[in-house]
Design a protein around this ligand. Structure first.
Ligand SMILES: Cc1cc2nc3c(=O)[nH]c(=O)nc-3n(C[C@H](O)[C@H](O)[C@H](O)COP(=O)(O)OP(=O)(O)OC[C@H]3O[C@@H](n4cnc5c(N)ncnc54)[C@H](O)[C@@H]3O)c2cc1C
Length: 497
């Protein structure tokens, strides 16, 4: 059986490694970006100190939504995908939001997820706790409090004095408060599915990685997939036969590939002359993200010379929206402007985001064109209210000693429109091909990641997530790809491990 996986990102690396464990499956993994072999990663990618958007990026821009701005929405273009360019923050989110997956599909409550989260990690500090793992592929570490910069120590102290509690483990099931940020890094070096899933698997004779090719579309016989068409770096066309196609191009590019293949809302395909293979109204609709609103302050406290970690500490707390407590995050970064002035950016993440306002459409039939992205951040009234409540709390912590003693806020941030004017992505887009039951007209894939109404087509990446987790999404995508790979191999992917 030959399986072609489109996209060697976070989900694609996990899936290729797991499926190729079965010698009866021939796996071909296609990726547009370059492949770096172990020990040959460029330094800017291998350190785990900040996000990378200047290189190895798709350079997508999106319309913000409520404010008519075009905003860069980075996505990694490299074997390893966005796991190689992200901030390496390794969080799970609240259990109750995984329970909500059961509103869409059966078998996905938190108790079914926990064994997968334990299986993917080697938590260096807390591996002995019963909700953590100590022998999975992805190492997780935190900076000890003794090593924090003075600014972050002041931040934690101010948050405690403002009434927040201390939490040593932000991945504990009931975690809220201030404490060290968990990272998928070891000694400052990024640890990704490319390193820990794909690279060891590439020695298998039944796994072939082809990098530098752009996946164009799925070829069908009737409504069953028979292969993939792609473009080589020189623009020439490649056709690869397949018994099954697993789409893992990420939340922006996976729906675009389905639409180019004739799968999606008819009105999104006909303007481009694409013949309809199967109408599925949910393709490219209902995308979710965590809106990010930044508040900047000049700081009068030392920061180390670059390269240094951006982030060490995290605050999570609840804000009330219509009587409902909803989680938000405050993550302080440190930096310097080009004149060498030190500043900190306090980033507010609308963690329990509920808006489903994002859409993805084709700009044209050519796979090299970026999709048309509309994010709709803060168009949902509840998300907007949470951004305001969270912003007020962030400012209250910033005005509390000993933080207040070293901070001067940038101007105009108390303007009531600050959030709407400046909102950006926290990079956690999901749900553009969301899971659901067969009778749900907005569903695209079933609980095993199979595209509804088609034969041999699956999607295993962040785009199938039906309810955004209340935290950064990388660990959730790794755990999801593990579950869906196990289901594909006939294991117990959708059930407990
Ligand atoms: C800048 C940034 C910072 C982030 N920070 C964090 C963080 O700190 N913590 C966290 O938990 N999450 C973070 N995230 C989110 C997290 O990284 C993603 O949720 C996760 O990596 C998504 O995995 P994926 O497999 O869905 O997509 P990706 O990992 O993006 O993989 C998609 C792959 O498909 C390839 N591809 C796309 N189109 C084509 C095509 N047409 N042909 C061939 N290949 C193609 C891409 O090059 C890529 O390799 C961040 C994301 C970004 C972009």
């Amino acid at each position: 059986m030959r399986v072609v996986i489109c996209g060697a990102g976070t989900a694609g690396c996990v899936t290729a490694a797991r499926l190729s464990e079965d010698p009866g499956i021939e796996v071909v993994l296609l990726e547009a970006g370059p492949h770096y072999t172990p020990g040959n990663w460029p330094a800017e990618l291998s350190h785990a100190f900040r996000i990378i958007k200047e290189s190895h990026d798709w350079d997508y821009f999106a319309q913000a939504g409520a404010s008519p701005r075009l905003v860069h929405v980075p996505r990694g273009r490299v074997v390893g995908g966005s796991s190689v360019t992200n901030a390496t923050i390794a969080l799970r989110g609240l259990p109750e939001h995984y329970d909500e997956w059961n509103d869409y599909v059966d078998g996905y409550d938190w108790t079914s997820w926990l064994p997968w989260f334990r299986a993917i990690e080697r938590d260096v500090q807390f591996g002995d706790r019963d909700y953590h793992g100590d022998s999975g592929p992805i190492p997780i570490t935190r900076y000890p409090r003794d090593d924090w910069y003075p600014l972050f120590e002041r931040f934690a102290e101010a948050a405690l004095r403002a009434g927040h509690r201390w939490t040593d483990d932000h991945n504990a099931p009931d975690a809220a408060g201030v404490g060290p940020t968990p990272f998928n890094m070891l000694d400052g070096i990024r640890q990704t599915p490319a390193d820990h899933y794909l690279d060891p698997a590439l020695t298998r004779p039944n796994l072939t990685l082809v990098s530098g090719v752009t996946c164009d579309r799925i070829r069908f016989s009737g409504q069953t997939a028979v292969g993939v068409e792609a473009l080589a770096a020189d623009g020439s066309q490649i056709a690869i036969d397949a018994d099954h196609v697993i789409v893992a191009l990420g939340t922006y590019a996976s729906p675009a590939l389905l639409m180019r293949s004739g799968v999606g809302p008819a009105e999104a395909l006909t303007p481009h002359g694409i013949p309809l293979v199967h109408e599925l109204g949910g393709v490219g609709n209902g995308m979710q993200d965590h809106p990010k609103v930044s508040y900047r302050f000049w700081i009068d406290t030392p920061i180390p010379a670059w390269p240094h970690p951006w982030i060490q500490v995290l605050l999570t707390a609840y804000g009330e929206v219509g009587g409902d407590p909803r989680l938000f995050q405050v993550m302080p970064y440190v930096g310097q402007d080009t004149a060498g002035h030190r500043f900190t950016e306090f980033n507010l993440q609308v963690a329990d985001a509920r808006g489903r306002t994002g859409t993805i459409r084709l700009q044209g039939r050519d796979p090299r064109l970026q999709p048309v992205l509309r994010m709709g951040w803060l168009e949902d009234d509840g998300d907007r209210t949470l951004s305001v409540v969270g912003g007020e709390e962030l400012m209250r912590v910033a005005a509390t000693a000993p933080l207040a003693d070293v901070m001067v806020p940038w101007p105009n941030q108390d303007d009531p429109d600050h959030a709407l004017r400046t909102v950006e992505t926290f990079h956690h887009v999901v749900g553009s091909l969301r899971m659901g039951r067969a009778d749900d007209p907005t569903a695209v894939v079933d609980a095993d990641g199979r595209v509804l109404g088609l034969g041999g087509v699956y999607c295993f990446d962040a785009s199938v997530i039906p309810r955004i987790p209340s935290a950064n999404t990388h660990l959730a995508v790794i755990a999801l790809a593990e579950r869906l790979s196990a289901a594909f191999r006939g294991g117990s992917g959708t059930r407990a491990r």
